[in-house]
Ligand binder design. Structure first.
Ligand SMILES: Cc1cc2nc3c(=O)[nH]c(=O)nc-3n(C[C@H](O)[C@H](O)[C@H](O)COP(=O)(O)O)c2cc1C
Length: 159
């Protein structure tokens, strides 16, 4: 059975909510899943998973400070060939247009970039969930959307 690890940082709980939705969808596709805050994960265990999904709130168009520190720590681990998926939460913004590529308002873009530099295999392009204001709530259907993404990634991983 394939194993997936879902990791998140969350200040107000929104990124945690979508991380748990993703984990639920993966489980529904018969994937063995662990879902942890980056504060609680043992980094030496990470190479034991087939898929590592990482999500962060978007802070100043980048991952949160805590997530950036975690990604620096992650770079010391060999994850070449492991499947990766990145996600974030953020506000709706005019900067989401692709013409602002360099300034894309998305923590997941940075996380995905780190995964690619580590030679992880991106199983699905990054996804954002939109929240209202700083503290949320999440837009309607975000949880269901992430459950469905989890199901689809789980199916891809199992095949
Ligand atoms: C310090 C700070 C900076 C933020 N900067 C951005 C930003 O650049 N772009 C954006 O879309 N949202 C920004 N936000 C809103 C966050 O993305 C939002 O608080 C987050 O998605 C909520 O997730 P959480 O509940 O998991 O913390 C910022 C929030 C904070 C607290």
């Amino acid at each position: 059975m394939s194993r997936a690890l879902v990791l998140y940082h969350s200040l107000f709980g929104n990124t945690k909510t979508v991380a748990m939705s993703l984990a639920k969808g993966l489980q529904e596709s018969a994937i063995e899943v662990d879902c942890y805050s980056i504060d609680d994960v043992d980094v030496t265990e990470i190479p034991n998973y087939d898929l590592v999904a990482i999500g962060s709130p978007t802070h100043m168009i980048k991952p949160s400070k805590e997530m950036k520190e975690f990604l620096d720590e992650l770079k010391a681990i060999e994850l070449k060939g492991v499947f990766g998926f990145s996600f974030d939460t953020r506000n709706e913004s005019r900067m989401n247009s692709k013409s602002f590529l360099i300034l894309e308002n998305s923590a997941a873009r940075s996380i995905e970039g780190t995964m690619k530099r580590m030679k992880m295999k991106i199983i699905r392009p990054r996804v954002s969930a939109i929240v209202q204001g700083r503290e949320g709530p999440l837009n309607a259907h975000a949880e269901e959307a992430f459950i469905q993404i989890g199901r689809e990634i789980g199916t891809a991983l199992a095949n």
